[in-house]
Design a protein around this ligand. Structure first.
Ligand code: GDP
Length: 447
């Protein structure tokens, strides 16, 4: 979502303010107009927008802010905090049952990404909590739904309890009994999805809730449907009292309307964000981090989490130290390529880094193939050359030898050299930005 137009428009509106030494009410009004328009265009519910704007205005126009130090940055903080508030303040995970099986009932319209999300949630819980997870296939209206859950279950090695197309209530009863007998810790129930909410489906869901007494009722909502998602959530919530939402398809062409409307319109907090076809592209939803991402402040915490999940921690620390001390060499670059590959695409990673959102498009052109080519070039260097890039800079004979050895051109080698420099520069920039931001936030806590 960070790359969408909401994000870039808000960033632009904010940038205009931060460039100014002082602000007057006109500046604020102008910024508010821009913020209001960008929210409406992102398909945020109009009532949410109205409250959002009123809250910001109330806080931003006070004497304290306008006449205070760094007024622009203070307003950015106000907008940031308001974004966070709208999305639900603190991240909320699953509330596990300490004395027995934790039951999670999933609900959602057909096509909202429910089955995929069940798979991801199961894999997530198993990995993060080391719990034994089972699925119950109780979407009995589409044979394909059971088949799909079976396929996902096999793919991630999670058992699926199924009894074909008999009454969903019986399947849930039997499934829970089976889970107890087989020492499962967490059971995730798939339920009937329809294209639209209808009474029969709702009644069945109410019955299943009654039988399962779930610890969590998670609603999957498609982020691409904008504020409609919030209205759908409201209807489900009125009847079933959901405990959280899983926002799906965040990798698609989302405009932000869903993320910013659901909590305010329906009352359901977003607990998880799901963003792709891969089973591990699933994370807890942190309103604070999402607000930072939207405003282009990056989301270093998520990046670090991702890194520590897929990378050896000492190795990552070592690399950071090298980057910061400016001794980053080709060996390190090679290691970094490998890390990036493990973490996902370069463009995704850049979205988490402060100020780097805009580079994402350019970076998405750096594909795996290019990484591989750069790897081949590095492999045709001697150990001394890898450790000391200046050796190559000083000698055209070395450059020619390396290019020839790798079957590539000297120009390719020059690009690689640039990549090394860019890494160093980016890291410097990131460190500076972070410091500045942190400094301004600590100097100007919300007033
Ligand atoms: P269900 O009908 O609610 O169970 O939805 P499915 O899980 O079958 O998903 C519907 C379609 O959306 C499928 O084609 C999925 O591959 C796709 N899908 C699900 N989650 C995501 C996601 O996070 N990102 C993207 N791009 N596609 C998704």
């Amino acid at each position: 979502m960070a790359e969408n137009s909401l994000s870039s428009r808000l960033q632009m509106a904010m940038r205009r303010l931060t460039g100014k030494g002082y602000l007057n009410e006109n500046d604020i009004d102008e910024m508010m107009r821009e913020v209001r328009l960008s929210l409406l265009e992102a398909d945020v519910n109009f009532k949410v927008v109205k409250t959002f704007i009123a809250n910001i205005k109330e806080q931003a126009v006070g004497e304290k802010i306008l006449k205070g130090l760094n007024p622009g940055q203070q307003v950015v903080k106000i907008v940031h905090d308001e974004l966070k508030r709208v999305m639900g303040q603190d991240a909320e995970g699953i509330r596990y049952n300490i004395n027995g099986i934790t039951t999670i009932m999933t609900i959602g319209l057909q096509g909202s990404g429910k089955t995929t999300a069940i798979g991801k949630l199961g894999a997530y819980i198993r990995k993060a909590e080391k719990k034994k997870v089972m699925f119950i296939a109780a979407d009995v209206y589409r044979p394909a739904a059971i088949e799909q859950l079976n396929t996902i279950g096999k793919q991630i090695d999670i058992e699926v309890f199924e009894q074909g197309l008999i009454d969903a209530r019986d399947i849930v009863k039997n499934g829970l009994k089976y889970a107890r007998e087989n020492d499962y810790d967490v059971v995730i129930i798939d339920t009937a999805g329809r294209l639209h909410i209808d009474e029969k489906m709702m009644q069945e869901l109410i019955d299943v809730k009654q039988i399962a007494q779930p610890n969590e009722i998670l609603l999957t909502v498609d982020a691409m449907t904008g504020q409609d998602a919030a209205n759908i959530a409201k209807s489900f919530h009125e009847q079933l009292n959901a405990t959280g939402a899983i926002l799906t398809k965040l990798d698609g062409d989302t405009r932000g309307g869903a993320a910013l409307s659901i909590k305010e319109v329906s009352g359901i907090p977003i607990k998880f964000a799901s963003s792709g076809e891969k089973m591990d592209s699933f994370e807890m939803f942190h309103p604070e981090r999402m607000a930072s991402r939207i405003l282009g402040m990056g989301d270093v915490l998520t990046l670090i989490e991702k890194a520590t999940e897929s990378i050896d921690e000492d190795e990552a620390k070592n690399m950071m130290e090298k980057l910061m001390s400016n001794t980053f060499n080709y060996n390190d670059l090679l290691k970094q390529f490998k890390m990036i590959k493990k973490m996902g695409s370069m463009s995704k990673i850049l979205g988490f880094i402060p100020g780097m959102g805009q580079l994402k498009n350019a970076a998405s052109q750096v594909d795996d193939k290019q990484f591989e080519q750069m790897g081949v070039l590095i492999h045709s260097m001697t150990e001394a050359e890898r450790k000391d890039p200046t050796l190559i800079d000083k000698s055209s004979r070395r450059r020619e030898r390396i290019a020839k050895g790798s079957g590539m051109k000297v120009a390719d080698l020059n690009k690689l050299r640039q990549a090394l420099e860019t890494q160093k520069k980016m890291m410097k920039q990131m460190m500076n930005m972070d410091e500045r931001q942190l400094e301004s936030l600590s100097k100007n806590p919300s007033q």
